[in-house]
Every structure is written in C-alpha cells, then in structure tokens.
Write a protein that binds this ligand. Structure first.
Ligand code: PLP
Length: 352
C-alpha cells in the first residue's frame, strides 16, 4: 500500500485499501479479482446505475431483490427468496441516501445459503465501512466526502484479495489530468439528459446502450488526491452538518402527502429523501418551477437490466413513482432550507 492508502485503511478501520479512480472502478476491480462470473451478482432494485454497470463491464449478469419501503435499502426477505431462485455468487448491499443497510443480517442470510458467497458493501453514499467481505467508497462528484479531484477505494481485511485487486488495477488506463474525466462525464451527462427528455417508451433501451458504451467514463486509475485526507479529518463535522439539515426537513417539512423515511441511529444523510404520496411528477414540476433543485432518484433498476417479474418489486416500484430527494450539502444553508420548506409545503398543499 502507498502511504495514502494506509491512511485511508486506517480511517475506515480496515487492514487494506486499494485506491481507485472512482467507486465504479473499485467495484469493477473487485468483481474481476474474485472471478465469480459463472454466478449472478445481486443488487437491491432501488439504486443508481453505476454499480450495476461496473458488474456488467466486468462480465457479470446482475439480478435484483426488492428493498425496504422505509429506508430503501436491500430487503432481507426478498434477498432470501432470490438466493433460493438463482445461483448467486456476489451480493451487493448499498447504503442508499446515507441510510445504513443491514449488513449483518444480509451477510448472515447470504452465507447461510452458500458459505462462499461474497458480500460487497457499497458505501459510495455513506461514511463508514461495515463488516462485509469488502467495501467500496467514492470521493466523486456530490458524494459526502467529495474531493473535487475524484477517487474511490476498495477496503478489506483480506490480504490475498487486496493483492488480487491491486494486480487488476495495473490493467487499467491511468488518467493524468482529472479534467479529462470531467469532460467525458459532461459529455455522458448531456447524452443521458437528452435521452431522459424522450418519450418514456423510447428511454430504457437507449439509456442501457449509453451505459454500455460509457465504460471509459467510469472505469480508470487516477493519481491520489491527497486533499481527501484533510476532508476525512473533518468527517464528524461533515456528518453532523448534513444530519442537522436533514433534521430541519424532518421537523418542518410536514404534510399529509409527505412521508419521510425514519432515521437509523448511524445514518448520515446523503440526500434527504421522502415519498410524495400524491401526484409526484406534477409536484416535482412545480417545485422545480419555484427554483428548488429536487430529484426523483431512483428508478427500479431491474427494468433496465433483467427480465425479472414486476410482481417481485412492489416496494421498488412504489418508490420509483413516489420518491423525491433534496440537498443537504454545502450548497444549501439552513436558512435557504427553511425558505424551501415553506415553498414545498405550500406546493404540497395545492396537490391535495
Ligand atoms: C450507490 C453508488 N454506488 C457506486 C457509485 C459509483 O461511484 P463513482 O461515481 O465514484 O464511480 C455511485 C455514484 O454514482 C453510487 O451512488
């Protein structure tokens, strides 16, 4: 390990760290290193496309299980059903929006099914690593520990695994200047949003094709952005500031159509998410017109990547239709959030 990697390993309480160009790259390298391509890799249905794309780039076939309605992370009963139905080699629990997935129960259920199943924990939207076989982090755009210069990491206590991942890393192209990544990503973003403006029926296949042609945008090596270490020195403060903003929404953004997620004791808010129980799309359109940045991430991913039955994904589909999320990062001050809350409540009121 480099000195930087040793410090990261130390910060996150793991024996080994392999620094990577991005969180996507960390997932890609890990999946290459463990080589379980003859089996499926299982993700929660509610998440972003990045981790799933990494699995496909590494030659895996993804399948999905449903998520909990309250915290939107992997649902253990649905996981158990999918483990009975498919030959699964890797399970990827994801801490979504900063809600902590139940890694201990997920690992117990997975290993009871097959002892050598691999559990890879995705902490890209979170701040700590749990007890999985390996964990990935992201220091990329909008992440809790955004470095401004990108980066990701694979953390594990398994020395052999660390060595294999590091050997895989040598096969990747190294980006010399982070601007190159930004330019590629901007290009990808433009294509993504031009597809999102098409009629719904035309979107899925085109979005999937865009992901499959964008491997170089997401998978690469990078020099170490040393500023990550000073950002991590402030991790407690960063977490407290985000949670204080989430608490503001939780205490004041109250309306019969707004159903907030309960907070777990270890959660650190990445985005403040809630379900809007009325017509979500018309609510979001009005909120955007009022000048507030709001997103409807995430869609149910099984629709893009697998032919699994809709009936298996009741919660992910409900979340897809109703989820809304708001910013709690440094781009928003508490007083701006208070003003936004007043506007949000009055727009919700119009929807009754
Ligand atoms: C849940 C999750 N996993 C993985 C990633 C990939 O991280 P990166 O953007 O560093 O490739 C992201 C970010 O897009 C993410 O949100």
């Amino acid at each position: 390990m480099t000195r930087f990697e040793e410090e990261l390993a130390n910060e996150f309480g793991k024996a080994y760290c392999c620094f990577t160009g991005s969180g996507s790259t960390a997932i890609y390298l890990l999946l290459n290193a463990i080589d379980k391509r003859s089996q499926k890799v299982l993700f929660p249905a509610t998440t972003c496309m990045a981790p799933i794309n990494s699995a496909i780039y590494a030659g895996y076939e993804p399948i999905f299980c449903d998520v909990n309605l309250d915290d939107q992370t992997m649902n253990v009963d649905s996981l158990e059903r999918m483990l009975d139905a498919y030959d699964v080699g890797v399970v990827v629990p994801i801490h979504l929006y900063g809600h902590v997935a139940d890694i201990a129960s997920i690992t117990r259920v997975a290993k009871n099914k097959t002892a050598d199943i691999f559990v890879l924990e995705d902490c890209a939207q979170y701040v700590r690593c749990g007890t999985a076989d390996a964990s990935i982090l992201s220091f990329g755009h909008t992440k809790i520990f955004e470095s401004g210069g990108g980066g990701g990491a694979l953390l594990t206590n398994d020395e052999t695994l660390y060595e294999k991942v590091t050997a895989e890393k040598n096969n990747l192209h190294t980006v010399r200047d982070y601007t190159e990544v930004k330019v590629r990503f901007e290009n990808y973003r433009k294509k993504y949003y031009s597809i999102k403006n098409l009629p719904k029926e035309e979107q899925n296949q085109r979005l999937l094709s865009l992901q499959m042609e964008s491997k170089d945008t997401f998978i690469y090596n990078l020099g170490e952005p040393l500023q990550i270490l000073s950002i991590l020195k402030n991790k407690k403060k960063i977490a407290e500031r985000r949670n204080a903003k989430a608490d503001l929404y939780r205490s004041h953004l109250k309306h019969p159509l707004i159903s907030p997620s309960p907070v777990g004791k270890d959660d650190v808010c990445w985005r403040y998410s809630f379900l809007f129980l009325g017509n979500r799309d018309s609510f979001v359109e009005k909120v955007r017109k009022s000048g507030i940045d709001i997103s409807t991430w995430y869609e149910a991913m099984y629709k893009f990547y697998s032919d699994q039955d809709d009936a298996l994904f009741g919660n992910a589909n409900l979340i897809e239709r109703h989820v809304v999320n708001l910013w709690v990062d440094e781009s928003k001050t508490k007083s701006e959030i208070r003003k936004d809350i007043d506007k949000l409540v009055s727009i919700a009121q119009e929807s009754l």
